[in-house]
Design a protein around this ligand. Structure first.
Ligand SMILES: Nc1ncnc2c1ncn2[C@@H]1O[C@H](COP(=O)(O)OP(=O)(O)O)[C@@H](O)[C@H]1O
Ligand SMILES: [Mg+2]
Length: 306
């Protein structure tokens, strides 16, 4: 008999309420300081307005699209990018979007839903019941509907069960979901050589390849490139620290030489991490550099919808 450890509840790690990715209470002076900061206008504000306009003027999906988010490295932000991009297209383009946790090992995508919004059923249950589901209403019990408008289909909690699902089964799932959604985001597990990752890249209309700006990670990503060639690939340099600015430029040049011309850098932002950890994501409450990066990511995805 096996015993699964009891999962931690959010309130065990975050006993104080979290608003906009920060624990409360914080004294009134801090709040006033933040408010004053928000009143400042800047070039960043204009850039953001431009980005907003550009995203909202995209034509959207002409047919069901698939976006695969992949990386040969774990912990670089695949799940985060899947969530951010899916959420942005759902809110800004009103694209019917579902993110699917295709991680073979305890994916965390489903946990990004606030507690209370997480369905107990997983993609394995949906695969079992798919033949009887004809309408969006029937699909509802399997899906977490996040406050951002993004729908999420979580992985099974049983790793053995997940491992038993073949790429072909995921293909059936993808075909099924494409009858309901305009965009299916596949949050892939770590690695690019496994059948599931290969399947995801093969079936995808576009790929987001996630790295960090550190040499070791970038080198692993570079060496995996030949396994995941895809014409519509966006490189995401995630968790970029200001000290890594020179690395970012050097990496962008290097990847451009590998014919990867589109790259988006996302800052390392503890506020974003806390929001994700507490199920309290609010794009507009993030600092502008992070917000801009997320909107650039969204624009890159929207621009490559077919
Ligand atoms: N830009 C970022 N700033 C701060 N934390 C981040 C950022 N991107 C991801 N994280 C955090 O890093 C951890 C790993 O991210 P995750 O998306 O789960 O990686 P992966 O899916 O590639 O394993 C998570 O705790 C997440 O909140
Ligand atoms: Mg993940």
């Amino acid at each position: 008999m096996s015993f699964a450890a009891r999962p931690l509840k959010r309130r065990e790690l975050y006993p104080r309420a979290v608003v906009d990715g920060r624990p409360l209470p914080d004294g009134a002076p801090a709040r006033w300081g933040r408010r004053a900061g928000r009143l400042l206008t800047s070039a960043g504000e204009r850039e953001e307005a431009e980005l907003e306009r550009a995203i909202r003027s995209q034509p959207g999906a002409g047919r069901p699209n698939t976006l695969a988010v992949i990386s040969p490295k774990g912990g670089v932000g695949k799940t985060t990018v899947s969530f951010l991009v899916g959420s942005l297209l759902a809110t800004h383009l009103q694209t019917w979007t579902i993110a699917v946790d295709t991680n073979p090992d305890y994916g965390t995508l489903g946990d990004l839903a606030p507690e209370g919004l997480r369905p107990t059923r997983s993609l394995a249950d949906l695969l079992d019941d798919m033949d009887h589901i004809r309408t969006a209403a029937h699909l509802r019990p399997y899906i977490a509907r996040l406050p951002t408008g993004l729908h999420v289909l979580r992985a099974p909690c049983d790793a053995e069960l997940t491992a038993s699902l073949s790429a072909q089964r995921y293909g059936e799932l993808l075909a099924f979901l494409s009858t309901f959604y305009e965009l299916v985001v596949l949050d892939c597990g770590t690695g690019v050589g496994r059948p599931l990752a290969r399947f995801a890249v093969e079936r995808a209309d576009q790929v987001m390849l996630v790295s960090t700006a550190e040499l070791l990670t970038a080198n692993v990503v570079l060496s995996a490139l030949n396994q995941l060639r895809h014409d519509r690939t966006t490189l995401v340099l995630n968790r970029a620290h200001p000290a890594l600015r020179d690395n970012v430029h050097a990496l962008e040049n290097r990847f451009r030489r590998e014919r990867l011309h589109r790259s988006i850098t996302v800052p390392d932002d503890p506020q974003l991490a806390t929001m994700l950890d507490t199920g309290t994501y609010a794009l507009e409450a993030l600092a502008r550099p992070t917000r801009l990066a997320i909107k650039r990511l969204g624009l890159a995805a929207a621009d490559q919808l077919v």
